[in-house]
Design a protein around this ligand. Structure first.
Ligand SMILES: [Ca+2]
Length: 536
C-alpha cells in the first residue's frame, strides 16, 4: 500500500479509467469470451465451450457459453456485447430435456444476458419421464428427478450470475424469469424455494400441480378416449357449438368469447343432443359419450365423490384453423395429457417405481393418489407463501388462457386464491397479479386476444414501481389486428361499455364482477350427481 500513498488522486482516477476501458474493449474481441472456458466455476461445473457469436438477424453479437452442471444438467448462457446490466432466464416445456435456445433471443435482442437449462436430462435420449427410470445404465436417475423438479433451474440461475460477473466484472442489476407451461411451474418454484434468484417473474400457464395434471390426463383418457364413451376429434365441432351457444352470452355480450367459464354451468347431459338409438349420429352423442364428457367437465373424483382435480372449464373445444383446443389434450387418442400422465406414473410418481410395463388403464383413483404425496411435495409448485418475494421487492405477473385444455386454468385461479388467503388480498396484489385470458389456448393461440406483452409491464413494475393495471390484449389474424381487448387483473373482468365497436379495447372497462360460487368451490362442496337412468 506504500506505493499507492505516493499516487495522487488524479493518477488513481486515470488508471481506473484505463482498466475500465480495457475491460470494455476486451469483451468484444472474443478473447475474454473464450477465456471463460478456462475459468473455474467450481468442481460441479464443466464449461464445454465459450464462443463469440457475430450479430445475426436473430440476436446481436454475444458470447455463447455452453456446459454441464454435474451430473447431467446442460446449460447455455449468452452474454451480449452490449449488455443492459440485466439477466433474463427462460423456462422449458413438457418434460424439458432440451435447451430453450429460441426463446433466449427475445431477451438477447434487448441486451439481456440470458440462460437456459435442459433440467438435467436429454429428451432425445430419454424421452418423457424415462430420465427418472432406475436402470443399470441410468445411475443418476434420482438426481435427475430432483433436477427436473426444481434443482437444475436454481443451480443454473446461480451459475449464470457467476458467469455474468466474471465476464462483465459486475453482477446483474435485475434478474427476470420468463416461462410458460413447465416454464411457468419452474418460475413459481423459484419464487417459492429460491426467492433470492429473481426480481421479476412472467409465469405463463404453469403446470403448478404437475402430479395431478398426470392424474387428470389419465382420467380424461379413461372417460373419452377409450371404450363406449370415446369421443373422436371429428365430433368436437358439435360439442363446441353447444358450449358457445350456452356460454357465450352469459357475460352479456355475444362476441365468441366466454369471459368467465365458471359462470356457465355447461352440462353435457342437458345441453347436448342424445342419439335416439344407441348408435352414434353426426350431431348427437350416445349416453356413454355424454357420461364421459360429463366426467371431463365435472373433474377427477375418487369413488367416494371427493374431488381430486377440477373439471375442464367450457370453451377450449372450439377450433381455430380447423384445430380444436382439445386436440392433443382431451378426446381422440388422449394426446399429450395422456402421454405425460402415463409416463409420470411409470417413472416419477411412485415408490417403488411402477416401470415401463405399467399402463394408464391400471390407475386407481382411490388408492394411487395418496401414494403420490412425496412426489407432489417435491415437484408441485403450490406453496402459497411468497412473502420472501415481496420482502425483497420481487414482482410476479401470472397469466393463463381460460380455454387451455392441456393445463387447467382453474389451477392458476385456485393457487392465486390460496396466495391471497395466505398473504392477504391487498398485500398480495401489491406484488403479484393474475391475468386470465378469455378464449386463449395453452400459452397462446385460440379465439381470444392472446397477443400481449407480459414482460415490459413487469420490468416497469420491478424497476420503477409502476404497478400494471389492465394490459393490452390483441388478436391477430393473417397479420392483421382484428380485435383488441383489455386483459384485466383477477378478479376483474373486461366489461363492455354498452356502445361502440366490440372489437376495440376502448369500449371495455375492467370491472369487479359480482361474487360467484366458483366452479371449484361448487365442485369441492358438491357430491357427485347421480348419473341416473334417464336423460333430462
Ligand atoms: Ca361473450
Amino acid at each position: 500500500m506504500g506505493n499507492h500513498s505516493h499516487m495522487n488522486t488524479r493518477l488513481v482516477l486515470i488508471s481506473l479509467l484505463l482498466v475500465a476501458a480495457c475491460a470494455a474493449s476486451a469483451r468484444a474481441d472474443g478473447a475474454s469470451c473464450s477465456a471463460l472456458a478456462k475459468k473455474s466455476f467450481g468442481s460441479e461445473v464443466k464449461i464445454e465451450s465459450a464462443t463469440l457469436v457475430p450479430a445475426a438477424s436473430q440476436a446481436p453479437e454475444h458470447c455463447d457459453v455452453r456446459g454441464v452442471i454435474a451430473p447431467e444438467a446442460k446449460f447455455a448462457v449468452k452474454l451480449p456485447t452490449n449488455w443492459n446490466n440485466r439477466f433474463y432466464m427462460v423456462g422449458g416445456g413438457g418434460f424439458a430435456g432440451q435447451l430453450s435456445l429460441g426463446p433466449m433471443n427475445a431477451g438477447l435482442q434487448k441486451g439481456y444476458a440470458t440462460a437456459t437449462t435442459d433440467t438435467g436430462h436429454d429428451a432425445a435420449k430419454e424421452p418423457l419421464g424415462a430420465f427418472a427410470e432406475r436402470r443399470a445404465d441410468n445411475p443418476n436417475a434420482d438426481r435427475k428427478k430432483l433436477d427436473y423438479a426444481y434443482l437444475a433451474v436454481h443451480n443454473t440461475a446461480a451459475l449464470a450470475k457467476q458467469i455474468i460477473s466474471a465476464y462483465y466484472g459486475r453482477a446483474p442489476k435485475y434478474s427476470y424469469w420468463v416461462g410458460c407451461s413447465t416454464g411457468g411451474r419452474q418460475g413459481l418454484m423459484e419464487a417459492q424455494r429460491y426467492p433470492e434468484d429473481f426480481d421479476g417473474y412472467v409465469i405463463g400457464a404453469p403446470v403448478l400441480k404437475i402430479s395431478h395434471e398426470g392424474i387428470r390426463g389419465i382420467w380424461n383418457a379413461q372417460a373419452v378416449s377409450t371404450g363406449a364413451g370415446a369421443v373422436s376429434y371429428d365430433k368436437l365441432p358439435v360439442l363446441a357449438e353447444a358450449v358457445y351457444k350456452k356460454c357465450d352470452g352469459v357475460d352479456g355480450l355475444q362476441d365468441g368469447l366466454i369471459t368467465d367459464p365458471r359462470r356457465c354451468d355447461f352440462d353435457p347431459l342437458k345441453d347436448l343432443d342424445r342419439c335416439l338409438i344407441e348408435a352414434e349420429g353426426r350431431d348427437c352423442f350416445t349416453w356413454a359419450q355424454l357420461q364421459g364428457l360429463k366426467k371431463v367437465y365435472d373433474g377427477v373424483r375418487n369413488s367416494k365423490g371427493g374431488l381430486l382435480y377440477p373439471g375442464q372449464p367450457p370453451g377450449a373445444e372450439i377450433a381455430v384453423n380447423g384445430r380444436s383446443g382439445w386436440m392433443g389434450s382431451i378426446g381422440g387418442d388422449g394426446g399429450m395429457g395422456l402421454v405425460f400422465g402415463e409416463s409420470t406414473m411409470r417413472f416419477l410418481a411412485f415408490e417403488p417405481q411402477r416401470g415401463k410395463d405399467w399402463n394408464w388403464k391400471q390407475f386407481n383413483f382411490d388408492t394411487d393418489p395418496p401414494q403420490m404425496a412425496a412426489f407432489s411435495k417435491m415437484i408441485d409448485a403450490i406453496n402459497p407463501d411468497l412473502s420472501k418475494v415481496k420482502k425483497r421487492g420481487g414482482k410476479i405477473i401470472h397469466y393463463h388462457g381460460w380455454a387451455d385444455a392441456l393445463v387447467n386454468p382453474q389451477m392458476s385461479v385456485d393457487y392465486y386464491e390460496s396466495a391471497l388467503k395466505k398473504m392477504g388480498d391487498k398485500q398480495t396484489k401489491e406484488f403479484y397479479k393474475l391475468y386470465l385470458v378469455p378464449g386463449m389456448f395453452h400459452c397462446a393461440g385460440g379465439v381470444g386476444c392472446d397477443r400481449a406483452d407480459w414482460f415490459t409491464p413487469l420490468v416497469e413494475w420491478v424497476e420503477k414501481g409502476v404497478a400494471p393495471g389492465a394490459l393490452n390484449g390483441s388478436r391477430v389474424e393473417k397479420g392483421e389486428t382484428v380485435r383488441t381487448r383489455p386483459l384485466c387483473a383477477y378478479p376483474e373482468i373486461a366489461r363492455y361499455n354498452g356502445q361502440g365497436d366490440i372489437n376495440k379495447a376502448e369500449n371495455f372497462t375492467c370491472a369487479t364482477p359480482s361474487t360467484i360460487n366458483a366452479a371449484s368451490d361448487k365442485s369441492t362442496a358438491r357430491q357427485p350427481r347421480r348419473e341416473g337412468k334417464k336423460q333430462k
